[in-house]
Design a protein around this ligand. Sequence first.
Ligand code: SF4
Length: 235
Amino acid sequence: MDAHELPAKEKALLTHELLNQAYERLKLESRREPMHELISTMLSHRTNHKDEEKAYYTMLERFGDWEGVMNAPFEELVDAIATTRYPGQKVPQIQETLRIIKEERGEVSIDFLADMPVEEAVDWLTKLPGVGLKTATLLLLFNFKKPVMPVDTHVLRISQRVGLLGAEVTAGKAHGLLLEMLPREPVELYNFHIHMLRHGQRICTFYSPKCAQCVLNSICNYYQDVREKGIDKAT
Ligand code: SF4
């Protein structure tokens, strides 16, 4: 059997191993505290990191703390986060999220998620306005070291090209399917996620994957198909 014909689970483990060799192994350490991560993720939608950060700090400077942001007049908060795209849509999401957290928990903090079972935590987060499965799983893995598999566009594209997932699998379904194939330790899931992201940005890009330089090419369905059809334009 050729390597690209292996079962998906074996390929997933091989993918993880090959990317571990190709990219630096990382420690799982949260970069920002949980509320910062949650609200910044909302601000970051269609916005670059610099503008997202500017909006975040301007907002807190002008309104003091989360309670101040929660009660800020709509137009003033829109102005504070104006460096982001669609600030008028983001303001109600942020304020509603802050209100829900305050009402349910008595304070604006999501530190309680650390002690919540993982599925319950995913459900709780995805009920917040503007929080989808990707944001919820990123937060739970990065900040709380929970065993979840965040699937972004790079993880999904590479998984489908290599053949870990079928072409019809949605990002929503991919979270659970990949999780079943990979080691459950949060640090392994974290490295898999970050390595796939880097690989997708540098090698397996959307328009012109550099298959000839790719460490996954021996197990990749896409590469085998392209080679069989004799239309290998990979560089
Ligand atoms: S061989 Fe090509 S398509 Fe397959 S993962 Fe590598 S770059 Fe992507």
